[in-house]
Design a protein around this ligand. Structure first.
Ligand SMILES: [Zn+2]
Length: 69
């Protein structure tokens, strides 16, 4: 999903974060892939001029209650 501007409640992702974590294939915080991954909100990354891309991230049981900020 690509939008022109980030909704105010969507924080920007760490620029160093792995792409698989943005794709929701691994825990956003620790990179775990063999756990029960649950939705953990969304983050934004810059996409072109003035644009952002919204990613729906997941978390392992250990980080399930954590949210990006
Ligand atoms: Zn984790």
């Amino acid at each position: 999903m690509t939008v022109a501007t980030a909704p105010p409640d969507v924080p920007f992702a760490d620029p160093e974060v792995s792409i698989v974590r943005l794709h929701g294939e691994a825990c956003y915080w620790c990179g775990a892939v063999h756990s029960a991954l649950t939705p953990a909100g969304s983050v934004a990354t810059p996409a072109g001029e003035c644009g952002v891309r919204i990613w729906f991230i997941v978390a392992c049981p250990q980080h399930r209650d954590r949210r990006p900020r």
